[in-house]
Every structure is written in C-alpha cells, then in structure tokens.
Design a protein around this ligand. Structure first.
Ligand code: PFF
Length: 460
C-alpha cells in the first residue's frame, strides 16, 4: 500500500528532493565549462531549449508513471500491466547502482577537499593526482559519504529524503549566492563573465549540440527511474507539469549561477579555464590560496561544502532507486535494504576507487578502439552506465509511454491535479515531445554514444 511506502509531506518537499537529485556534481564542474567552451550564451540558449523541449516530456512521463503506480521502477511497469517492459526498470536499477558506485568516489574527493580547505591546505590543488591515488584516504572519505547517504535514506521518504532536501537545498543556494557575489567583486571578474557568456554562434557545432543534450539528460537525472521512484511518493493533488517545470528551472538556474562563480574565480588570477576535475580540484584551490589565509579558508571550504551538498542530494536519489525496489518487491524492511545496498555499492565502487593511480591494473584497465591511451575501469563504467544506459533508458521510457502505455493514459494521469490540462496547448506539446521528439533524438544519441565510446567512431 502506498501509505506504507511513505509519501512526500508537501509539494515543496518533493520539488526540493527532485531538484536535489538533479543539482549535482554535473552542474558545478561540467556545465560551466561546456558553456564557456561551447559558445557562451548561445550554448545556454540551446541547452534551455533541450531541457524544456526534449527532457521535460520524459521527466513528466517518469513522474506520472511513478505516481500512477506508487511503485519502484521495476514494479511500476508490472503494475501498469506490462511486465515485459519492467526491463526498463531493471536497466535503471543497474545504472543506478553503477553510477552511484563511481559518483560516490568523486563525492568523496569533494568531501575530502572540504577538510583540506578547512586546514588551509591549498597545496592540495597541485597534489590532486597524489590525493586521488591515495586509496586509503579517498576510501575513508568515500565510506563516510556513502554512510551519510545511507543515513538519510534510512530515515524514509519524509523524515529522511524530504527533511534532508529541505535543509541541504536552501543551504546550497545560500552558499552559492554568497560565493557568486564574492567572486564578482574580484579583479578581472568581468573577463570571466565575458568568457562565460558572450554569445558566439560560430562555436556551436554538432559536437557541442550533442554534448549539450547528453549533459541536459544526465543533469536532470532522467533515464534510470530516479524520478519514477520520487514520483511514486507524490500525492494526487500535485500538479506534475508545474512541479517538473520548477525542478528543471532550478537545475538550470543553479548550473548557470555556478558558472558565474567559477569563471570570475579563475580569471581573477589570469588562469586558463580547463574542463572537468582539473578546474575544480586543481585550479580553484590555487585561487583560494591567493585570497589570504583567513578568507581563503572560508571561501575554499564553503566551495567544497557546496559541492558536497550538491552531490549528497544526488547520491540519496541514486540509492533510493534500488532501495525502493527491495522494499516494494522483496518486502525488505527499509533500514535493512538501505545498509545492505549502500554496503554492496561501496564494494562495487572499490575498483573505481583504485582507478585513479593507486592500482595500475584498474587505472589502465582496457583499450578501446580509437583511443590511444588505455581507459580506467571508472571511465569504462561511466561510458556504459551514465553515457549509454541513461539515453537508452530515456528512449525506452518514451517509446513505452507513447506507444505501449499510450499517450492518453499519460495525459489522464497528468490531468489529475491540473484542471486545465486536457485540451490545452501544453498537452499537445507534451504529446508531441513524448511521441516523436524524445524517442527519435534519444535513440540517435544512444547510437552515436555507443559508436563513439566503444568503436571510436565520431561522425562530427
Ligand atoms: N543529476 C546528477 C548530476 O547532475 O550530478 C547526477 C544524477 C543523479 C544522475 C541521479 C542520475 C540520477 F538518477
């Protein structure tokens, strides 16, 4: 019964939890760089269009499937009467477990850096390679992070996930706003803003568009049933459309603000903006050092606390997917399901932990066609789970919703709590998105990604 599984206590609680899932490491280290590199405001515009035209229908479908069935991503398809399609949920379950196994490792780095900054150890920036190769240290931080995630999830939907989101998300917002205001006062800040935002349509090519799509999808936590799970805890009174719109806007908004903070920091020291972990873990600590011992400690530790909070609300949603499955389908008590799953996923993450220099075997794990250097185990599973499984999951969810469950059933569920929906232009837009845009584009993305990652073939 729905009441035994738990339910969000309020609309705000649901929105904050789902936005917390969306706002994560991806927003802070990937989005700003992709914007800077992909044409500034031109990229932001394309990204926004993707979020609302392509991702939005999938988000609404996931939430609606969850709310209709009050079930985890595997049970949901069975409940709707299509047990064969529960393969989508199983795929999502595997994706969730695998993504959490390596995402938690990176979250552990952020959390570790928080402590390093508190101690004023800015030199950690130039020692990033040594830091991530120290399996014991990084393992302990990862273990603490996983335990914190499990602790929150073990509290249940209302007293765990919702309560944590209500504390973490406003704190995150306060920290990021404080940091952005501060960063904008630094010398040369405007050069950073300029690099970030001046629109340059000549930089927008197919590769950039493809990156924007992948990033939008990952950032909104779509394709693996995280939002089916959260949707299953939403009451019938809620308006799914406006909730999904707020979740999407929050995700894009925070990613956007992250760039407004990041580039002024980097440009204030005339440093080169580079992508990925290098920007966060190497460049920024050096910038914080120049702020002086006291201010550097304050700003540096706040920054990594922000990153840890963003990661935590995402790891919570990743863990909740397998947990909800064990609770619903195996009748396991929640606490047992949580600690068992979290422990298991931590073990699955050990090869990823060792993939960054501490073990040659896992660091240079395999060769993939078209790549000179060997890829690590961690990179390999990232290619499989987040780069390939998520678009595949999104493709299958949209095909299922439009052609198996049927668009009319989706509309019927969405109309509950949303009086004017049926017959509105929004309904037509949503139906067009789920029937045509999402399956076609996500199908293409999936094929292109598999070709690129595993065959070394890139048509762009
Ligand atoms: N949206 C998160 C981020 O941008 O970091 C990552 C994520 C969380 C993906 C939860 C998928 C998911 F189900």
């Amino acid at each position: 019964m729905a009441s035994n599984r738990g339910q969000f206590n309020s609309r705000v609680g649901f929105i904050l939890a789902a936005a917390g899932s969306a706002v994560g490491l991806g927003n802070i280290w990937k989005f700003p760089f992709e914007v800077g590199d992909g044409g500034g405001a031109a990229f932001v515009l394309i990204y926004l269009i993707f979020c609302f035209v392509l991702c939005f229908p999938v988000m609404v479908a996931e939430i609606a499937i969850g709310r209709r069935t009050n079930k985890n991503p595997v049970g949901a398809f069975v409940s709707l009467g299509f047990p064969n399609w529960s393969i989508i949920g199983k795929l999502g379950l595997v994706a969730g477990v695998v993504i959490l196994s390596f995402y938690n490792v990176v979250a552990g780095w952020a959390f570790g850096y928080f402590f390093e900054m508190l101690q004023g150890n800015f030199a950690i920036g130039s020692e990033f390679g040594t830091f991530i190769a120290d399996w014991l240290k990084v393992g302990i931080y990862g273990l603490i992070f996983m335990a914190a995630t499990a602790f929150i999830v073990s509290g249940g939907v209302q007293d765990g996930i919702e309560k944590a989101a209500k504390i973490l998300m406003p704190s995150l917002l306060a920290i990021i706003l404080f940091l952005v205001v501060y960063a904008l006062t630094l010398p040369n800040a405007m050069a950073g803003v300029e690099f970030y935002l001046v629109p340059d349509f000549s930089k927008v090519n197919l590769q950039v568009i493809y990156n924007a799509l992948g990033q939008a999808f990952f950032s909104l936590s779509l394709g693996m049933g995280a939002l089916i799970t959260y949707g299953s805890y939403v009451s019938k009174r809620e308006n799914i459309i406006s909730s999904a719109a707020i979740i999407t806007l929050t995700d894009v908004g925070i990613a956007f603000i992250a760039g407004l903070m990041m580039f002024p920091f980097v440009f204030s020291q005339n440093l080169e903006p580079n992508g990925g972990p290098g920007l966060i873990f190497v460049t920024l600590p050096g910038v914080f050092q120049t702020l002086g011992p006291l201010l550097g400690v304050v700003i540096g530790s706040l920054f990594f606390l922000l990153l840890s909070f963003a990661a935590l609300t995402s790891t919570v949603s990743l863990l909740e997917v397998p947990v909800s499955y064990l609770v619903d389908e195996r009748n396991m008590p929640r606490k047992k399901a949580v600690w068992l799953t979290a422990g298991g996923i931590f073990l699955v993450g050990i090869p990823s932990l060792l993939s960054n220099g501490s073990s040659e075997f896992w660091t240079a794990f395999t060769h993939l066609p078209g790549r000179e250097d060997p890829v690590s185990f961690m990179t390999l599973i990232e290619f499989v789970a987040s780069d390939s499984f998520l678009p595949l999951g999104g493709f299958l969810i949209s095909v299922f919703t439009a052609y198996v469950w049927r668009t009319a059933s989706l509309d019927e569920e969405v109309a509950i709590g949303n009086d004017g929906f049926l017959g509105s232009p929004l309904q037509k837009f949503l139906n067009f998105g789920i029937q045509f845009l999402a399956p076609v584009i996500l199908g293409i993305i999936f094929v292109l990604t598999v070709l690129d990652r595993f065959w070394g073939y890139n048509p762009f």
